[in-house]
Design a protein around this ligand. Structure first.
Ligand code: MN
Length: 315
């Protein structure tokens, strides 16, 4: 049987104008309040719908309405991003007078911008309704011929997360508590893979915090004998030294085997001038920093096992 065709769309972060544009260019039409494709194609969303940066045009409620309506009407599928997970933890009381994600004045700036757009903000019924919806989003999807995950297809975490949902309060609490195995699974799948810097090196991240780990190319096969600057993903984004990564660190990188179905993910803020091409023939990161003014990117998947640059679309 012929496979269902999908247009896979990377991170959105409230960028309503680019979402409308990419749907239009992909030939989706608004019919009965829902975007639908005349040839029966569907959209696959990779998460991070909310939390815009303040200086980029945004309309979070409109983005959420479009995505949820398409998912409800079975015109789209969607996985959870780390920003949706964070919003759920931020909205859930911890039982000790606080929240699973503490409300700190200088943290979660994007979420503050998100909340301003809803009637009565954090305390309103509208936001509570969206939190309920975020909880329904799967942590990953394995469809006929391809896979979707926000950041990292980690076999073990994915096997553990099968059947789990944030509607289970016990699981949600564990998943939001540092040091639990549930927290580790969620970190991997929604935030990607970090390996220690070689030696005593540290670098300053975008929040100004000093870090001794960096986001690695989790998909490379047997990456021994490489320099740290060659293993950072995306390339050139951070101040990572040209120093050999010890074998035991490289051995932590599982790789993504060539025989596996194609996997699509977002999350990584690839620089906006990054070439529109897959990282591997069966692996593509579709986040080109739309949140910072980069393009929104889609991949037009027609059932192929081998991904090609011609199938990319950027607006
Ligand atoms: Mn993300």
């Amino acid at each position: 049987m012929e496979k269902q065709k999908y247009d896979i769309i990377g991170d959105i972060h409230g960028c309503h104008d680019k979402l409308l544009l990419i749907l239009t260019v992909l030939d989706y039409k608004l019919v009965d309040g829902c975007y639908r494709h005349p040839l029966g194609r569907k959209v696959a969303f990779l998460g991070d719908f909310i939390d815009p940066k303040g200086d980029i045009p945004h309309d979070v409620p409109a983005v959420l309405e479009i995505v949820k309506t398409m998912v409800d009407k079975k015109e789209a599928v969607a996985v959870m991003g780390n920003h949706e997970f964070n919003a759920v933890a931020h909205a859930t009381p911890d039982g000790n007078g606080g929240y699973l994600r503490p409300h700190l004045p200088n943290k979660d700036k994007g979420l503050k911008i998100t909340l301003e757009a809803f009637k009565d903000g954090f305390d309103g019924q509208e936001w509570k309704g969206w939190i309920d919806w975020f909880k329904t989003l799967p942590f990953y999807l394995e469809l006929d011929g391809f896979r979707l995950v926000h950041a990292y297809w980690h076999e073990e975490a994915i096997a553990e997360l099968a059947g789990k949902t944030l509607h289970d309060d016990g699981f949600l609490k564990l998943a939001a508590t540092k040091g639990t195995k549930e927290y580790g699974w969620i970190e991997n799948v929604l935030k990607g893979y970090e390996i220690p810097m070689p030696g005593e090196h540290k670098y300053k991240d975008h929040t100004g915090e000093w870090r001794d780990k960096f986001r690695a190319r989790w998909f490379d096969q047997a990456p021994k004998g490489k320099l740290a600057c060659d293993l950072v993903f995306p390339a050139g984004n951070f101040d990572i030294p040209a120093e050999l990564v010890p074998d035991e660190t490289a051995a932590l990188i599982p790789g993504y085997a060539q025989a596996e179905p194609p996997v699509f993910f977002g999350h990584y803020f690839k620089p906006e001038d990054c070439p529109l091409e897959p990282e591997l023939t069966n692996l593509a990161c579709l986040d080109y920093s739309v949140a910072k003014g980069g393009p929104m990117v889609a991949y037009r998947w027609d059932g192929e096992a081998k991904l090609t640059p011609e199938k990319y679309l950027a607006v």
